[in-house]
Design a protein around this ligand. Structure first.
Ligand SMILES: Cc1ncc(COP(=O)(O)O)c(C=O)c1O
Length: 410
């Protein structure tokens, strides 16, 4: 493979270690990626050499911390091709970003009978907030039908998009199946009926190039920890005119222009949505993760993942008694392989693989409605990133053979 994942792997300290006496094979980046040394160093360097609260200190250390924090915003704006850095809001994670849309926009703009379009394949973060909005406002939650192989059923968009649709909120890539969705088409179709279009980009921006102006989305949400950055940092990109019209999400320090005894005026963007002291160290270190991803190139990362996944599907497909989920259309597939071993609970598969030093996820992957609709309690999920290669697939395949030896003795 031309992509130098072996050298990339060397940048990740944890990937040089052993687990249960075996070299660690980390196949759970879809839950949270490992961190390259330079991101860890930047985090430590911040606390060691640069620690100060931002935006308020009248001293050099604080100015410098503020500059570093705002530099990440500028880098993120460029990473997403956002028209201005003020439309980049730092949050704790994708979940919080989606909840800002729910609380600050939807709760204040939707009324009984309005419709929100989502799907049964969504992560709970892109389902539960809309259920809460529906409960509070009387808006109706609708689900875009899926095809049998786990794509959105674009041919049936007409049956669910109506003049009452006010928000379409769907994922860039499914964390449960790895399906990459056609968000460009979804954006056009949502706007054609006058709805806003929000992208759950938790599995998008880490694996695929994103251009929010080209997509023409109204919101794009992501988490730093899935893209080589620290935990506790997320991003909400919002169209400036929308963010300006929205109520603040949390009230407190930093998000105000002035406060009187009984009233306040919110700050300008982006501060209006960043109440209280944020995860400064995390945001500062996130800039290094963004640079790292950019230097390798998201298109290269995507192509590499597709090759690894294709190899995984071919190899796993040769093992009898393994059910693979998701589409065979490799153009619509990212770095995730979801599967079950016949007659073996996903958690048992996960535990045996763990004994072999292989880290996978087992369960419903926060997609309970999807699992229920397929009458399964969950799947085993191997997720691949820029630091995985074919030898990780080989390790998984031999681990699965051991699972079969243990459970399919007869
Ligand atoms: C598609 C998708 N949406 C949302 C989330 C929630 O992300 P976070 O837990 O970082 O808020 C995840 C996390 O796995 C995800 O995969």
């Amino acid at each position: 493979m031309a992509f130098d994942y072996q050298n990339i792997k060397k940048d990740f300290p944890l990937l040089q270690t052993k687990m249960n006496g075996k070299p660690l094979v980390f196949l759970d980046s879809a839950a949270s990626s490992q961190k390259p040394r330079r991101v860890i160093d930047a985090f430590e360097d911040y606390y060691r050499c640069r620690n100060a609260n931002i935006h308020r200190g009248a001293y050099r250390l604080s100015y410098e911390a503020t500059d570093l924090y705002d530099t990440t915003r500028t880098k993120m704006a460029s990473f997403l091709n956002a028209p201005e850095s003020e439309s980049i809001i730092f949050t704790r994670n994708t979940t919080e970003s989606l909840n800002i849309i729910a609380y600050s926009w939807a709760m204040n703009n939707l009324k009984a009978g309005d419709e929100i379009l989502t799907s049964e394949l969504e992560h709970h973060s892109n389902l539960v907030p809309w259920m809460m909005v529906a409960r509070r406002t009387g808006a109706v939650l609708k689900h875009l039908p899926l095809t049998a192989d786990g794509k959105y059923d674009y041919a049936r968009l007409d049956s669910v998009l109506t003049s009452k649709t006010k928000l379409v909120t769907l994922a860039h890539m499914s964390n449960a199946l790895g399906t990459i969705h056609d968000i460009q088409t979804l954006s056009e179709r949502a706007h054609a009926v006058g709805a806003l279009f929000s992208v759950d980009g938790a599995q998008g921006a880490c694996h695929l190039p994103v251009d929010v102006q080209k997509i023409n989305c109204d919101f794009y949400s992501l988490s730093a920890h899935k893209m080589l950055g620290p935990t506790g940092v997320g991003v909400l990109y919002g169209r400036r005119s929308l963010l300006e019209g929205m109520e603040p999400f949390l009230g407190g320090g930093d998000m105000i222009l002035t406060v009187q005894k009984d009233s306040f005026k919110p700050a300008e963007l982006p501060m209006k949505f960043e109440a209280g002291t944020p995860n400064i160290a995390g945001v500062v270190a996130f800039a290094i993760a963004i640079e790292y991803l950019k230097s390798i190139g998201l298109e290269n990362i995507h192509q590499h993942e597709q090759q690894v996944v294709k190899y995984a599907i071919d190899e796993m497909g040769r093992i009898p008694g393994i059910t693979l989920f998701g589409t065979n259309d490799m153009n619509a597939r990212g770095g995730v392989v979801s599967f079950n071993v016949d007659g073996v609970h996903p958690h048992d598969v996960g535990s045996i693989l763990d004994e072999e030093g292989i880290a996978v996820r087992a369960g419903h992957h926060c997609c309970e409605p999807f699992m229920r609709s397929h009458d399964i309690s969950g799947t085993v999920r191997a997720s691949f990133y820029l630091d995985n290669g074919p030898e990780d697939v080989d390790a998984l395949v031999s681990g699965l053979k051991r699972v079969k030896q243990i459970f399919h003795k007869s």
